[in-house]
Design a binder for this molecule. Structure first.
Ligand code: PNS
Length: 178
């Protein structure tokens, strides 16, 4: 049995293999998954919201493990997540958790979101695949900066992010890159 629609929100700056794994597992549960990319004017991301959306679109256009019964949508949102969920008529939020520290950080958000939405929104946590639990967008950016501004090859980075993201990170960090 598949459930209805869920929102998978995040910064996705940039999308990693950890995110991709959470989307694929969500797609086996829900018939529609909306990847909601936070466009926060107060934050200075490495990739703009439209760049992050383009990367996600490219990644999932090439992804052949999405169950046929599931529709994946990708869009930007700003403001409160619960307002976006209400506008879309969606009651379920998915978050991936890599560790007990992640869960401790996430739980207050779930409570706040539930209260702000007067009980009409629930958060479902999916534990990260253990082989991917060390990956975060922040570490990916740090590693990429050192790799592309230095002399190391990017084969280790290629294990953390899809190939299009590797190329995009190279474009951001590599000196004199075209
Ligand atoms: O990938 P991230 O940065 O961990 O994602 C965090 C995100 C986007 C899920 C969170 O910051 C968010 O929902 N922001 C929108 C504003 C909001 O609703 N904040 C929660 C109020 S308690």
């Amino acid at each position: 049995m598949t459930l209805m629609t869920a929102i998978y929100p995040g910064s996705f700056d940039p999308v990693t293999n950890g995110h991709v794994n959470i989307v694929l597992r969500s797609a086996a549960i829900f018939s529609r998954v909306i990847i909601a990319v936070l466009d926060n004017p107060h934050k200075k991301p490495l990739f703009s919201a439209s760049e992050r959306i383009c990367l996600l679109q490219e990644v999932f256009a090439k992804e052949n493990k999405i169950p046929q019964a599931c529709e994946i949508e990708i869009e930007a949102f700003s403001g409160l997540l619960v307002d976006y969920a209400a506008k879309k008529g969606i009651r379920t939020i998915i978050r991936g958790v890599r560790s007990s520290e992640d869960l401790a950080k996430e739980l207050p958000y779930a409570s706040w979101n539930r209260q702000l939405a007067c009980g009409s929104v629930e958060t479902i946590y999916l534990p990260a695949d253990q082989s991917l639990a060390f990956i975060s967008s922040s570490i990916v950016k740090e590693v990429a900066m050192h790799i592309y501004q230095g002399t190391q090859g990017d084969n280790k980075l290629a294990q953390m992010v899809p190939p299009v993201v590797c190329a995009a990170l190279r474009g951001k960090y590599k000196k004199n890159s075209i």
